[in-house]
Design a protein around this ligand. Structure first.
Ligand code: FAD
Length: 566
């Protein structure tokens, strides 16, 4: 049967070249401006239609769904710019204005620079780009959220016959509850909040603000009473919404007391965490219902909207927290590939991700949360420094000292055991304060782990740095990675000196004795001016060394520390 030629403008039935839309094949203009994706021969219509709507990448699994590389091999133009900087021998993350005229020369391959880029491309890059303005933005936003409901409530109120004390009481309650609602957001370990400050600072702020909110909310009924409403505080003849507020206050006091006096109450950390989560949710819910039912100042539409938004954000963060609890107890992505005994009570675990892309992309010195899934022993989440240098294969090492319930069982870990990891966290890394200054590392006990990570990284990248490591241990047998530290000190670059200080040394010990104090630091550091100090270990040691450095005139911004306690 004869067919019409495909160029026939009326030929809507006729055949047309495969893969070309009919109108195009027939020389007619396309109905819409966007060119349609050609249909692959033999593919079901439904796939082709979905491809057209969602684009061809929708079927690609997430792990492989990556940007195509540019000509330079980078995945984006900004990544290409970042790659370009170290290739010319200027430090990673150096401002572009610092690129010397030499940068115009054709790039010389530098294996060290490539290693740096390979191991520091994603998450660490974000840490490196944080500045003071990022911190100011977050603090400003926090302050705004705390006072915004108060401003809206008072803006909506025209005149009042309430005594001033009651007006203040209402204001305190609004601010106090806003702070409480922000607590789960602070605790959810959001990267956007953690990166500029470090998780330890965020947690300390969370603790401080919890106490502050408690004070404001306790003052709320007290000021009502002082304003003449003693019945509200002491009586029983009020509505259910006031009773709910009283219950919320009692729960809040219990929540704060168990947190502040956790150690004095001898509450195991995991038990305390369960209690804390339960009480926090109760306070949030009870307080919210009380505020909506009893709070006349939330009648205005904008104030109500903001209030509901705040409560929803708080609940959502709580859900994020629960999801992470679920994931760490069910996720077992990592595998223990090596268990090594470092000293009589310190063990190293090497952990491997299923694929390098699923590894933890960290800076040297940062820490992670580790949960081990073993045949025996507790399945708890604990923070540990990543003692290894950043590595392109995603492997990480945790060097762990036996100290409590969980860590006492660390030696029972077997090769092949599974683990889940969350991180990286923290800002204790020389890479975040990059300059050429000599570094003084002061470590106490297993607090040497972040120093090990930084020194290993310097050795692998052959960084041109000068480092003095003052390493305090009890006895010689407690020194971790002694042989490796000696090796690093004997190689250069980096130029490293290690001085061991023993508090309980045998008679034969010829090195330093006692604790690392100001005299000891001054003796070894050859002057303290122009140096950057990194101190890591148990909290009492951090306080003592920081005080000694401050007494010696070291500016606070030159002292960085990692407390082994969150
Ligand atoms: C940033 C950071 C890095 C650390 N790096 C190392 C390291 O490289 N090597 C090492 O041996 N130790 C490290 N620690 C200390 C380690 O986390 C504790 O020794 C360990 O959690 C103790 O647990 P446990 O059950 O054995 O002891 P416990 O006696 O039960 O706990 C002792 C204390 O550890 C803290 N703790 C326990 N569980 C948690 C938790 N899930 N989250 C937060 N704090 C908790 C609590 O303050 C608790 O009071 C680090 C701690 C921090 C904060």
């Amino acid at each position: 049967m004869p067919t019409r030629p495909s160029s026939d403008p009326r030929g809507h039935d006729g055949p047309c070249p495969r893969g070309l839309p009919r109108a195009q094949a027939q020389g007619r203009p396309r109905a819409r401006g966007r060119p349609r994706a050609p249909r692959r021969p033999g593919r079901p219509v439904v796939w082709a239609t979905l491809d057209r709507i969602l684009g061809p990448r929708w079927r690609t699994p997430p792990t492989t769904r990556r940007r195509p590389r540019t000509a330079s091999g980078a995945r984006s133009r900004s990544a290409a710019r970042r790659q370009a900087v170290p290739r010319y021998g200027i430090g990673f993350g150096a401002p572009r204005a610092m690129v010397s005229p030499d940068a115009q020369r054709p790039p010389r391959p530098d294996p060290r620079a490539r290693l740096e880029v390979a191991v520091m491309s994603r998450e660490p890059g974000r840490y490196l780009r944080i500045g003071a303005s990022d911190r100011a933005t977050r603090v400003g936003l926090y302050a705004l959220v705390v006072v915004f409901p108060l401003v809206l409530a008072f803006a909506a109120q025209h005149e009042t016959d309430h005594p001033l004390t009651q007006e203040i009481a209402k204001g305190l309650a609004l601010c106090g509850y806003a702070i409480l609602a922000l607590q789960p957001i602070l605790a959810a370990r959001y990267r956007w909040i953690e990166r500029p400050f470090g998780l330890d600072i965020v947690y300390r702020f969370h603790r401080g603000m919890g106490v502050a909110a408690g004070l404001l909310l306790v003052l709320h009924p007290v000021l009502y009473a002082v304003g003449g409403e003693w019945e509200l505080l002491l009586g029983y003849s009020h509505g259910w919404e006031v009773a709910l507020g009283k219950v919320a206050l009692v729960v809040l006091v219990a929540l704060i007391a168990t947190s502040v006096f956790r150690r004095a109450l001898r509450l195991p950390f995991e038990t305390w965490r369960g209690i804390h989560d339960g009480l926090a949710l109760s306070v949030l819910a009870l307080g919210f219902v009380h505020s909506v039912a009893a709070g006349g100042d939330l009648q205005g539409e904008p104030a109500r909207l903001v209030w509901f938004g705040l409560f929803s954000a708080s609940l959502a963060s709580y859900a994020v927290h629960l999801r992470s609890v679920w994931r760490r107890s069910h996720g077992d992505d990592f595998e223990v590939v090596r268990v090594a005994q470092e000293t009589h009570d310190v063990w190293s675990l090497e952990l491997r991700p299923p694929v390098p892309e699923k590894g933890i992309d960290h800076l040297p010195g940062q820490f992670m949360f580790l949960t081990l899934h073993r045949a025996t022993g507790p399945t708890e989440e604990h923070p540990f420094t990543i003692a290894s240098a950043p590595s392109p294969d995603g492997k990480v090492v945790a060097t762990i000292k036996e100290s409590g319930d969980f860590t006492k069982s660390i030696g029972d870990t077997k090769v092949g055991d599974r683990a889940s990891l969350r991180g990286p966290f923290g800002r204790f890394s020389h890479r975040l304060h990059d300059d050429d200054r000599p570094l003084v590392f002061v470590a106490g006990g297993v607090g040497v782990t972040p120093m090990l990570s930084m020194l290993r990284h310097m050795r692998e990248t052959r960084a041109d740095r000068t480092v003095l490591l003052l390493y305090g241990s009890r006895r010689e047998a407690d020194i971790v990675a002694r042989a490796e530290l000696d090796d690093i000190a004997n190689e250069a670059p980096p130029s490293v000196r290690v001085a061991h200080v023993l508090s309980d040394a045998d008679d034969g010990w010829e090195g330093e004795r006692g604790h690392i104090d100001r005299a000891c630091i001054e003796r070894h550091a050859d002057g303290l001016d122009g140096k950057a100090f990194y101190v890591s270990g148990p909290p009492p040691m951090i306080s003592a060394v920081t005080r000694a450095l401050r007494d010696a005139g070291v500016p606070i911004e030159d002292i960085h520390f990692e407390r082994f306690s969150l």
